[in-house]
Ligand binder design. Structure first.
Ligand code: 5AD
Length: 370
């Protein structure tokens, strides 16, 4: 297979047309055989695509990890139900709103409310919180990242004002999915949730871990095909990092290289997507976030959660909560972004082309509440 490294357009076309075999060959080539110069060219192409749709802007999302309780038992995750060593906490409505207020005053215009699948947070409770945030900060986007729920539940949350939803598919290969998740969870349901969210009108984010146990170039190719079909508005990928109290604790891949390559390939394949440089990337590589942005990412999600709880939301070992990860380090983050000639941007940072639709929804809501 020939990859023409002289032209970004032809790589984009190739990635969009390729079937599973070709895609897995392309990914294998870049991960195993490519030269540093080829990887550099790839990241430059990716940046060109990002700049074409979003300019040099890097969007900020304020992350609020509001509950570490989880009914699920995903084998890779430190918050899994059977990890009895995990410290569990839950923020009150007031504490969640306080995080938003703190974030708003720091300039954030998107709040990401993330938690384990905590049954305490019923639709009624969550809708009340979402509604209150939108009432206080109508010009801000609210993103939810709270796992699998029913169509009706997603619809209620959307009607309460939530704008976006993040739910990683984790892997688009059924067998691989079963190796990472307990019986009772299924890829089918995860995918159904994602299509429901899209149909309801959320801006949807999905994604997967890189170098997760049992991942192969073939399963990655299936991830790419799934992403092409779903066309999510955001794609979160980051390295798998073992957690010492999970059964997958001895799979260790301490490298950011593959994540950086995949970020670039995804940017070139789906150039309009919002791509975060994730915490996991920053955790295994001191300059991971910076490298992620250079590879084509354009979102960062600093943490706004109360300081006393940050060390209790441990999806994996050594999770970062300083520097790029901490909202309190905003000046340092801004300096870092500017040092690579990108532009920190504190607007809502919607998916390109969506603005009008969102504005209409806000006006409708406003009229309804009159
Ligand atoms: N390493 C890296 N990422 C992880 N996640 C969960 N556990 C780990 C881990 N051990 C990711 C999953 C999940 C997101 C919230 O965090 O992809 O969707």
């Amino acid at each position: 297979m020939m990859i023409n490294m002289n032209d970004a357009g032809s790589i984009s076309e190739l990635l969009n047309k390729a079937g599973k075999k070709e895609l897995s060959d392309i990914i294998r080539y870049f991960c195993e055989k490519s030269t540093a110069a080829e990887r550099l060219a790839l990241s430059q192409f990716a940046s060109e695509f990002r700049n074409k749709y979003y300019g040099t802007r890097v969007f900020f999302r304020g992350l609020i990890e509001f509950s570490s309780y989880c009914r699920n038992d995903c084998f890779y995750c430190g918050l899994r139900r059977s990890n009895l060593k995990a410290k569990r906490y839950r923020l009150s409505d007031t504490e969640i709103i306080e995080c938003c207020t703190k974030g708003y005053n720091m300039g954030f215009r998107t709040f990401v409310l993330q938690s384990g699948e905590d049954t305490y947070f019923t639709d009624t409770r969550l809708c009340k919180i979402v509604f209150r945030i939108k009432e206080l900060y109508p010009n801000c986007a609210v993103t939810l990242s709270i796992g699998e729920r029913s169509y009706n539940s997603y619809k209620k949350l959307f009607d309460a004002g939530a704008d976006r939803y993040l739910l990683r598919h984790e892997t688009a290969n059924e067998e691989h999915y079963m190796k990472l998740h307990p019986k009772g969870m299924s890829l089918g349901n995860r995918i159904r949730c994602l299509y429901n969210l899209k149909e309801i009108g959320f801006q949807v984010g999905t994604g997967f871990m890189v170098d997760s146990p049992y991942q192969t170039y073939e399963t990655l190719a299936e991830d790419f095909i799934f992403l092409r079909e779903l066309e999510p508005h955001m794609i979160g990928i980051g390295p798998f990092i073992p957690h010492k109290d999970t059964s997958l604790n001895d799979f260790y891949h301490p490298s950011s290289t593959n994540t950086l390559i995949l970020l670039s390939l995804i940017r070139i394949m789906l150039p309009k997507t919002l791509l975060p440089a994730t915490t996991a990337l920053g955790t295994i590589d001191n300059s991971g976030q910076k490298k992620g942005l250079i590879a084509g990412a354009n979102v960062i999600m600093p943490n706004l959660s109360p300081l006393k709880h940050r060390s209790d939301y441990l999806l994996y070992d050594n999770k970062l909560f300083t520097g790029w990860e901490a909202a309190e380090c905003k000046p340092e983050i801004i300096r870092n972004i500017e040092s690579i000639k990108l532009t920190p941007d504190f607007s809502r940072g919607d998916y390109v082309g969506l603005k009008e639709k969102n504005d209409c929804r806000l006006i409708l809501k406003h009229l309804k509440s009159k």
